[in-house]
Every structure is written in structure tokens, then in C-alpha cells.
Design a binder for this molecule. Structure first.
Ligand code: JBK
Length: 231
């Protein structure tokens, strides 16, 4: 999979060289290229933003550098890319979205800053269905300073679903937001007694049927308490 990221803060993406995502790149399972939006400006100040039409606080990212960057990246793509724009006004990012993005050979992430990107950029690429699929996606209902952190989260979540990125494929299906859509049951390791707290007896019983039943009950209870919306 090829991932292109466009941002005014390329350094934000240094962590992608670490851990499983870094190893995936070493193994050529994944190829991440980070582009500086300012390289697509032509003025001495390398201007990427301007004041909003209609007034209001903050700045809006200019359409021209975005289009120059995206046109170049799209032209260099082998397959029709999916262009993901993280925005609090987007559709919510979910595990099922991660699963579908993990199947696309070519992803482009456009990181907005300030009050966002001139709306005509999305309008333009939405109108060019032959060259790209455009998705506006929100990581969640809170305020960030820009799309960079959202993109890091999305890349981590989708990259680990690419075959070969995570060593043990069973660990992919047994997790929260996995098969049953419930939250994870609590887990324990040695020592069996720690600060007067014992590991639940069932887990040391060796009875695998009882263990499975206990874990399913715990998942249901925790989901009821913390995330009733998932039930
Ligand atoms: C937020 O993806 N997001 O959720 C996002 C992107 C950019 C700015 C934001 O405030 N929430």
C-alpha cells in the first residue's frame, strides 16, 4: 500500500518510522511519503492560508497549493487513490472504515490546519470521480489543532490490518471492536497475587469453557456500563 500525506508539519509523521509501522515500511508492505504543502507555494513567504470570506476568526487554507500538491500526487498514483480529509465535520472514523481503507492500494491524507481548507478543494475532487474518491472523516467529537494527529491515528489503525504488519493475525480478531463489537474483557498476568489483589479464580482454573463464558460476561457488563451505545 502507498500512502501520501500532505501537511505543513512533515515532522509530525516521524513516529511512522517506529515500531510495527516502521517495520512494515522496511518490509515494503507499506510505503509512506510525507509532502510539505509549502513546497507547492510560489511566493517568498510560502503562504498557505488567508482570511475567510464572510469574516470570522482564524484563517482558511488556500486552494491553490492544495490543488498543486494533490494533482501531482494523483498523477503519480498507479491506482485511483482515495483522498481522506480529516475534519471534525466529517463522517466518524470506525473500525469498519479502517478495514475498508486497509484494502485500498493508494491513500492520500490531506491535513488541514487553522479553520480548514477552502471548501472548493473537496468540491473540485468530488467532481473528478475518474481520478479520486474523496472522504471527509472525523476522528471524534473534540477539537484538534489540525488533521495531523487524526491522520497518525488512522494510519496506525488501518496499517495494522494489512496482512503481515501484525505478527499474530489472531490478535487482530480478539480485540475490542473486533468480531462481536463489544469492549475487551480485563486481562491479567503473573504474579497471581499483587498488592492483595488476586487474579480471578476462573482464569487459573484451566477450564477453557468457563473462561470463555466469564470473558463474554465481562465484555457485556463493561460495554453496558461504559458504552451502552455499542449494544
Ligand atoms: C478534528 O479528524 N478530526 O476529528 C479532526 C480533524 C481536524 C481538526 C479537528 O478539530 N476533530
Amino acid at each position: 500500500m502507498r500512502i501520501d500525506v500532505v501537511t505543513i508539519f512533515p515532522d509530525y509523521f516521524a513516529p511512522l518510522t517506529l515500531s510495527l509501522i516502521g517495520k512494515a515500511q522496511d518490509k515494503s508492505l507499506l510505503d509512506v511519503a510525507v509532502h510539505d504543502l509549502r513546497d507547492y507555494t510560489h511566493d517568498v513567504h510560502r503562504t498557505v492560508d488567508d482570511s475567510p470570506y464572510g469574516g470570522g476568526a482564524g484563517m482558511v487554507m488556500k486552494a491553490e497549493p492544495w490543488a498543486e500538491a494533490l494533482d501531482e500526487i494523483i498523477a503519480q498514483s498507479n491506482a485511483k487513490p482515495t483522498l481522506v480529509i480529516p475534519t471534525p465535520a466529517g463522517e466518524l472514523f470506525t473500525q469498519s472504515r479502517a478495514e475498508s481503507l486497509a484494502q485500498t492500494p493508494n491513500l492520500i491524507f490531506a491535513c488541514g490546519r487553522y479553520e480548514g481548507i477552502d471548501a472548493r478543494v473537496v468540491e473540485h475532487y468530488r467532481g473528478r470521480k475518474d481520478v479520486a474518491e474523496v472522504l471527509e472523516i472525523s476522528l471524534g467529537d473534540y477539537v484538534l489543532n489540525g488533521g495531523e494527529v487524526a491522520v497518525l491515528a488512522m494510519i496506525e489503525s488501518l496499517a495494522r490490518l494489512i496482512p503481515g504488519v501484525v505478527g499474530n493475525p489472531q490478535s487482530l480478531v480478539e480485540e475490542s471492536h473486533g468480531l462481536d463489537g463489544l469492549l475487551e474483557y480485563p486481562v491479567y498476568t503473573k504474579p497471581p497475587l499483587w498488592r492483595a489483589l488476586a487474579v480471578p479464580e476462573v482464569l487459573v482454573s484451566g477450564n477453557h469453557a468457563r473462561i470463555a463464558t466469564w470473558r463474554a460476561e465481562q465484555s457485556r457488563l463493561i460495554t453496558e456500563q461504559r458504552r451502552p451505545d455499542l449494544l
